[in-house]
Design a protein around this ligand. Structure first.
Ligand code: AMP
Length: 313
């Protein structure tokens, strides 16, 4: 039986510009992208804040997928807004604006029924708010945390404090370098392990992901796709697939992590194929397994016979 995952993060209206088009006020946010990906594997409980301006249809879309939104507070004011623009190769992103709005006075309240959640994902929000969530949950089995340059620069001490209670840190390559003060990613990963987490996963956009642990490393490429429209939310979808698999797997965590990274890779591949949430919303549960198989074929090598066998199945 898959175990429940508690997620805290942003619910947002995003303005996004990529070389392939632009959207305004598109439903997004770290918690929303994560929840949509994770719910393909395990029950998801969401804690977040939205303003009174958010179209109720958006939260209804999450509920229709089985996501428990009873921890989403509706506060007077405007919903969090973020704007980003991508360069030609989609690997570089510029933040155009961040409007915290209802996040300004937000203090997450974890509903009593969510407090026993064995898996917790602290999505990208201020580290003080991430810490407030951890104070309200009872001995979670596994806590993962995502963050970004904004908090590494402006709230470093708070981030270092919350990292002490985290098992898995998920960051992108630039954030790993910035937080560790080290350009080499392997050495950066090792330095990040010294901050508290026993596992660090470094996302490298279209170049995949690298996991660093004391007992070794694991790397996965991203799925090569002919059509990539908008990378927004790929990182959160990756985290959703990863934690979703861990929450559903009967294997010990150490063993399940590699497969979990593959699930994260697959969910990120759906996310980038459409603007905003469209890619993830279009993905059906039965689409996951064929992509996992493609990823396995892409990375498997060895005697030609065994590859031939795999290709036939
Ligand atoms: P990703 O592309 O995985 O980094 O996630 C993009 C999502 O993160 C967008 O939907 C944004 O609304 C959200 N986001 C961007 N900046 C922040 C921030 N400072 N705090 C919370 N969420 C953010």
């Amino acid at each position: 039986m898959a175990q429940p995952i508690l997620v805290v993060g942003s619910v947002a209206l995003d303005d996004i510009r990529t070389p392939f088009g632009a959207v305004r006020e598109s439903f997004g946010g770290s918690a929303a992208f994560f929840a949509l990906a994770a719910q393909c594997f395990a029950p998801v409980r969401m804690v977040a804040v939205v303003g009174t301006d958010l179209d109720s249809q958006y939260l209804e879309t999450l509920r229709q997928r089985g996501i428990d939104t009873s921890g989403v507070e509706v506060a007077p004011g405007r919903t969090f807004r973020w704007g980003g623009a991508y360069g030609f190769d989609l690997n570089t992103r510029e933040t155009l604006f961040t409007q915290l709005n209802v996040f300004e006075g937000f203090h997450p309240k974890v509903p009593t029924a969510f407090r026993d959640s064995p898996f917790v994902f602290l999505g990208n929000i201020h580290p003080d708010l991430q810490a407030e969530v951890l104070q309200q949950v009872e001995k979670p089995r596994f806590v993962a945390l995502d963050t970004m340059n904004l908090w590494i620069e402006n709230a470093r001490d708070a981030l270092l404090a919350v990292l002490q209670s985290v098992h898995l840190l998920i960051v992108n390559d630039a954030e790993a370098r910035q937080l560790a003060g080290e350009a080499n990613l392997v050495r950066a990963g090792r330095r990040l392990l010294a901050l508290g987490p026993h596992t660090v996963v470094i996302k490298k956009g279209e170049h995949g992901a690298l996991m660093v642990r004391e007992d070794g490393m694991f790397a996965s490429p991203a799925l090569p796709l002919e059509e990539v429209r908008d990378p927004t939310g790929a990182g959160d979808a990756f985290a959703g697939g990863l934690l979703g698999h861990l929450a559903a797997s009967p294997e010990p965590l150490g063993l399940a992590l590699r497969h979990a990274i593959a699930c994260g890779t697959v969910m990120a591949s759906f996310a980038v194929q459409g603007f905003g949430m469209q890619g993830l919303l279009a993905a059906r549960p039965e689409d996951i397994e064929p992509r996992l198989r493609s990823l396995r074929l892409l990375t498997q090598f060895g005697p030609a016979d065994s590859l031939h066998e795999m290709g036939r199945k």
